[in-house]
Design a protein around this ligand. Structure first.
Ligand code: SF4
Length: 358
């Protein structure tokens, strides 16, 4: 039988790395990165490639199993079921639970790959609609709901987020994330470390703010070691200092923001001197970052899991998004280095950046 090469992609995260699967009949023979993919260009992290090992792992279940001994027993005994019987039994038991305890007794948890699976997402949505289940959770519930909430508040839709233009930025402030390990979320690039290294090679300054001396900083930038869960105070002091040295761009604010006075009133209370002991960074270090950020021709900020999971993650992300009016030196020509994903009106409540920062 002829061996067929099929273009496919990894569904584990938003980078959607291009892969080539070799198939003979119904059997997958291999899975490897697609060097001809126009965006990911042959990159894949181990998760993408190991999908093939998972697919053929002898421990992977290819059919439903039903536990036949009581749960109080330490180890389970299972028997194989056919798909139809299994679906019927699950439906009956789910129905009984909802009838007895109400719809809120049942919830749905969606794993990451479902978001990138064009068939499964609508199937799950249909299941939720038909059962009337109103509580859904996902990997995002744990990891990034702060970004959705802040996106809604600042830009008018939860699906609109600032993305740093790594390839063109002169200064990158990366807060609460370790791109070498996490691959940077909400940014949709497959190999951020190669982009960060290229940025460092062309002279861009990269400043990581993280409680750890993270691996990503090796050869790309420096780490300001902040106390865990104090990012909000750092960002507030940073904006305070940027405002003090005249880094706010009034023309950008006029074009994109309202209520900036409210923001200024808020940050006024948090000069670097007041937060240095809280965040564990000196006044000089905070001031230097503010100076570098507002002095760069093209600066960008990105933050992720460490901030997202903090107690004040939503407000911290909100302040990070607020940094965009500070992105140029006075008198410079407008450059788009923070890209915004703008959705059609049908996909978001508003299809343009909301003119509101507070
Ligand atoms: S970065 Fe890794 S997990 Fe994400 S899409 Fe690419 S191969 Fe899959």
């Amino acid at each position: 039988m002829a061996i067929e090469k099929i273009s496919t992609f990894c569904r584990v995260c938003e980078s959607s790395c291009g892969l080539i699967a070799e198939r003979e009949g119904n059997e997958i023979l291999s899975l490897r990165p697609d060097k001809s993919h126009p965006v990911t260009k042959g990159f894949s992290c181990p998760k993408g490639i190991l999908a093939f090992d998972m697919h053929k792992d002898s421990d992977r279940l290819g059919y439903p199993m039903k536990r036949i001994n009581p749960r109080r027993d330490a180890s389970g005994q299972f028997e194989r079921m056919n798909w139809d019987r299994s679906a019927d039994e699950i439906a009956q038991r789910l129905k009984a639970v909802i009838q007895k305890h109400g719809q809120n007794a049942v919830s749905v948890f969606l794993g990451n790959p479902i978001a990138f699976n064009s068939m499964l997402s609508p199937a799950v949505a249909s299941f939720i609609r038909k059962t009337g289940i109103s509580r859904t959770f996902s990997s995002g519930t744990q990891d990034c709901t702060n970004k959705f909430a802040a996106g809604e508040a600042v830009f008018g839709t939860s699906t609109l987020h600032p993305i740093p233009d790594i390839e063109n930025a002169d200064y990158l402030l990366i807060v609460g994330e370790n791109p070498k390990i996490s691959h940077m979320s909400f940014i949709s690039i497959s190999d951020p470390m190669s982009k960060l290294k290229a940025a460092a090679r062309r002279g861009a300054k990269i400043r990581y703010v993280n409680p750890r001396r993270i691996e990503a900083a090796d050869g790309t930038g420096e780490v300001s070691q902040i106390r865990p869960d104090t990012d909000l105070y750092f960002l507030t002091a940073l904006l305070n200092e940027i405002e003090r040295i005249g880094g706010f761009r009034e023309d950008v604010i006029a074009a994109h923001a309202n209520h900036i006075d409210g923001l200024k009133r808020f940050i006024k209370n948090y000069p670097p001197e007041r937060v240095e002991k809280v965040v564990g960074l000196s006044v000089k270090e905070i001031r230097d970052i503010a100076k570098d950020f507002s002095g760069a021709e093209k600066a960008a900020v990105h933050m992720s899991t460490g901030v997202n999971m903090g107690r004040q993650g939503t407000l911290a992300y909100w302040l990070g998004a607020d940094a965009f009016p500070c992105d140029r030196k006075p008198g410079q020509k407008r450059r788009e280095f923070l890209r915004f994903r703008i959705l059609p009106r049908s996909q978001g409540r508003k299809n343009k950046v909301r003119k509101s920062l507070l």
